[in-house]
Design a protein around this ligand. Structure first.
Ligand SMILES: [Zn+2]
Length: 499
């Protein structure tokens, strides 16, 4: 008996439609009518019909009787495979028609009757698959994506960038693998994966469009062999994949849901690498000494500067009583990520979106690039139309050029940070165009008609938008990868039997 399958069956979550198709298939092969089989197993033909249509779940004893009457095993009946190609198409037609895309059309449900020719069925399935794919693509316009991204940013601003339930979940998982303090080891991450039934597998041929791939059937999380330049550490990627499982995420049905899931897995990974209790204890001590520094927080927990800076914003307001901002800016001045609840005027388009918008040239996030020595944080006070802010910036190099990571606070609370005694001060009048985004008229007149330049595309604004099953992921490449790495079926079956 296929043990795992049996438990799923016993738990009432087996796919009844497939089971029905398999009973009908073996009944046909045995040359029995519904009533004929009913007589053999002591059930009315009508009850059997409900089972074959996936509308009633047979009890285990009934299933055993049916198997015996049809001269097959219960394992044969409980296989997850549709019995024939025709049956596979019928099941897919049913599944697609029950989906939201088709339901919204108000069209009748077509049942694949015995007399429906194969080519009609194939055509219906093909059309509905395409309809499903197109509707997924339609939610992926850059405009909608920007609106969704803004909504998520504002939602986090409301919550002071904190998700206490994920902080608690992370600490619970750490306690379960016996992690107490300091940097989290790869070993502890692997133990966390094992606890939820997954094995971490390092491969060199992960699909280009993915950071990790999870094979639910065989309990494997595939990861790249070494850290990707630009800050996504291996531990972090493994933790994100684990978070998808722990949080019960399923295939996202909208871009907003995709962003929400990504936010949650990033948060969980950060909350595991920098647990709330230990981090707050560390940061409170630094605050008492008027010596808070993201670079120290980073080194104490062995993470990237960006992770430490982002994580600091999760804890700063709720646990330290500080309003803060965070910026990741490219060397071209374009904003890649940002968060603020301290009123820093962020550049944004008419819809409120910030991605790809150009930050004031006078912000520390940009003046930090002018420095010759960039090994330590750069400090600056900036006067803006809404007040003075103190900022700390660290520059780095990623796959698409240089970037700066900035954390800052309003003037009044700068005193808690290392670098608050800096004499460096700059002034920003943005969003007033005469501040830094408009050239002097006489210079503009001179060059307007006597120069030509070719633009570099912003990678982040043209990043792959959702299409296919998973936003931004090339389906064909993904499935090909899974096929290539799936353990041999025979091995997997014997492993299950042994369980
Ligand atoms: Zn400016």
């Amino acid at each position: 008996m296929n043990v795992r399958r049996f438990f799923r069956y016993a738990a009432g979550v087996s796919d009844l439609a497939v089971l029905g198709h398999r009973i009908r298939h073996y009944r046909g092969r045995a040359g029995l009518t519904l009533d004929g089989l009913g007589d053999l197993v002591g059930l009315a033909g009508s009850q059997l019909s409900l089972m074959e249509n996936g509308k009633r779940e047979p009890r285990l004893s009934q299933l055993q009787a049916i198997a015996a009457a049809l001269d097959v095993t219960t394992t044969d009946l409980l296989s997850e495979e549709p019995p024939t190609e025709r049956s596979r198409m019928e099941l897919e037609l049913q599944r697609l028609q029950e989906g939201t895309v088709y339901s919204r059309l108000g069209l009748p449900h077509v049942r694949a009757s015995k007399t429906m020719p194969d080519e009609v069925l194939r055509s219906l399935v093909g059309l509905q698959r395409e309809l499903d794919r197109r509707s997924r693509e339609a939610i992926a316009t850059p405009e909608q994506a920007r609106r969704d991204s803004t909504a998520i940013r504002l939602q986090m601003q409301q919550a002071d960038n904190a998700m206490p339930e994920l902080d608690a979940l992370a600490e619970e998982q750490l306690a379960a693998v016996g992690h107490e303090r300091g940097a989290l080891t790869h070993r502890a991450v692997a133990d966390m994966a094992t606890r939820i039934g997954f094995e971490l597998v390092y491969v060199t041929d992960l699909p280009h469009s993915t950071r990790s791939v999870t094979d639910l059937e065989h309990g494997r999380i595939y990861l790249p062999p070494a850290s990707i330049p630009g800050g996504h550490g291996l531990r972090s990627m493994a933790l994100q994949a684990i978070a998808h499982r722990l949080l019960g995420h399923s295939e996202p049905t909208s871009y907003r849901e995709f962003l929400q899931q990504r936010l949650e897995i990033n948060y969980f990974a950060a909350a595991t690498l920098m647990p709330r209790t230990a981090s707050v204890e560390y940061l409170r001590r630094a605050k008492q000494e008027r010596n808070i520094a993201v670079e120290d927080f980073r080194d104490a927990f062995g993470v990237t500067h960006e992770s430490a800076a982002m994580r600091f914003t999760n804890l700063a307001t709720v646990d330290l009583g500080l309003q803060v901002h965070f910026l990741r800016v490219g060397d071209d001045g374009a904003l890649m990520r940002a968060y603020e609840n301290d009123g820093l005027p962020l550049p944004m388009d008419a819809s409120g979106a910030i991605e790809g918008q150009v930050v004031c040239r006078h912000f520390a996030a940009r003046t930090a690039f002018d420095r010759a020595s960039r090994t330590t944080e750069f400090y600056q006070y900036t006067d803006t139309p809404v007040g003075t802010f103190w900022c700390s910036s660290q520059t780095g190099t990623g796959t698409d050029g240089e970037f700066s990571i900035t954390v800052g606070v309003p003037f009044d609370t700068a005193k808690w940070f290392r670098g608050s005694s800096t004499q460096r001060r700059d002034q920003s009048r943005c969003p007033d165009k005469t501040c830094c985004s408009q050239p002097a008229p006489e210079i503009a007149d001179r060059w307007r008609t006597s120069a030509w330049a070719s633009a570099r595309m912003h990678q982040h604004t043209l990043a792959p938008l959702p299409s296919g099953t998973f936003p931004g992921v090339d389906d064909a490449e993904l499935y090909d990868f899974l096929e290539r790495h799936a353990p041999d079926e025979a091995d997997a079956d014997s492993a299950r039997m042994g369980a």
